[in-house]
Design a protein around this ligand. Structure first.
Ligand SMILES: NC(=O)c1ccc[n+]([C@@H]2O[C@H](COP(=O)([O-])OP(=O)(O)OC[C@H]3O[C@@H](n4cnc5c(N)ncnc54)[C@H](O)[C@@H]3O)[C@@H](O)[C@H]2O)c1
Length: 263
């Protein structure tokens, strides 16, 4: 019987692939036979992670908000693997929680550049390769901040809302080219990104667990599982949508705690 989650013969490029959710995705696709290109800010981090996966994988360095670097990363992937089947836009950085009236334009711009412009640039360049084979899947990582407000995290909230709008537009634009485009909206996922915010006292894991119906911060592998489904033929008719992986966080609206947790 055919396994629809077997990715042998496919090439997958993951931005932000050296850490957190991107790294979990890299492992999940590699375990299922894909050749994976890990893209991250530094060539060193990217190639080091790729070598952990094995010799058939590649690391490419570059900033997703720099159009020339985007071109180099996609070109290097296609040169190494001969094709590009799946792009996962996972590169990102946290917001600072600075009071709104103290936020600078430069701060705003960097968050928008990496999350939103980076997603646009990567998708646009990847689609050129995917159109050659009339086949491709693009997964853009949004957030619960893509559908709900996170006060003070203005640029992050705006960028993640933008990622969902962009996802819908590209899905409709490229449906006839054989390219599906979806967004994944994670809740609170235990990665270096969130661990850093917890260490700085900006997030309280106990409060998050109480606010989350499943009562936990989720492991990044759970997000990777959703990505495997969305990239597979099981999701052949799924495009232009958002899959939320948040343990019920955004479904919950009561004023009381969602979960009873042990201290
Ligand atoms: N962890 C969470 O709870 C959570 C929740 C919702 C959404 N997200 C989103 O998921 C994505 C991954 O987050 P994570 O938690 O795995 O974070 P992480 O910090 O563990 O990994 C992010 C990776 O992106 C890379 N990166 C940052 N800026 C880049 C740039 N300009 N170009 C290329 N690479 C760049 C970093 O070097 C890092 O390796 C981000 O877009 C984040 O906003 C995370």
């Amino acid at each position: 019987m055919r396994d629809d989650t077997d990715f042998h013969g496919q090439a997958v490029l993951i931005t932000g692939g050296a850490s957190g959710i991107g790294w979990a995705a890299a492992r999940a696709f590699a375990q299922r036979g894909a050749r994976v290109a890990i893209a991250d800010l530094t060539e060193e981090a990217a190639t080091s992670r790729a070598s952990e996966l094995g010799p058939t994988h590649r690391g490419v360095g570059g900033d997703v908000s720099d159009e020339a670097a985007v071109d180099r990363m996609i070109h290097a992937t296609v040169e190494a693997f001969g094709r590009l089947d799946v792009l996962i836009n996972c590169a990102g950085l946290p917001d600072t929680f600075t009071p709104t009236i103290e936020q600078t334009g430069a701060h705003w711009q960097r968050l928008i550049d990496v999350h939103l412009t980076g997603t646009f640039l990567m998708a646009k360049r990847a689609a050129v390769e995917m159109m050659r084979h009339h086949h491709g899947v693009i997964l853009n990582i949004s957030s619960i901040a893509g559908t709900h407000a996170l006060p003070r995290r203005n640029a992050y909230t705006a960028a993640k809302h933008g990622v969902i709008g962009l996802t819908k537009a590209l899905a409709c634009d490229w449906a006839q080219d054989g390219i599906r485009v979806n967004a994944v909206a994670p809740g609170y996922i235990l990665t270096p990104f969130i661990e850093g915010l917890i260490a700085q006292g900006k997030l309280d894991p106990k409060v998050i667990r109480r606010r989350t119906p499943l009562g936990e911060l989720l492991p990044p592998e759970e997000v990777a599982n959703a990505m495997i489904f969305l990239a597979s033929p099981l999701a052949r008719t799924v495009t232009g949508t958002v899959v939320t992986v948040d343990g019920g966080y955004t479904a919950f609206g009561s004023p009381n705690d969602a979960a009873i947790i042990e201290d």
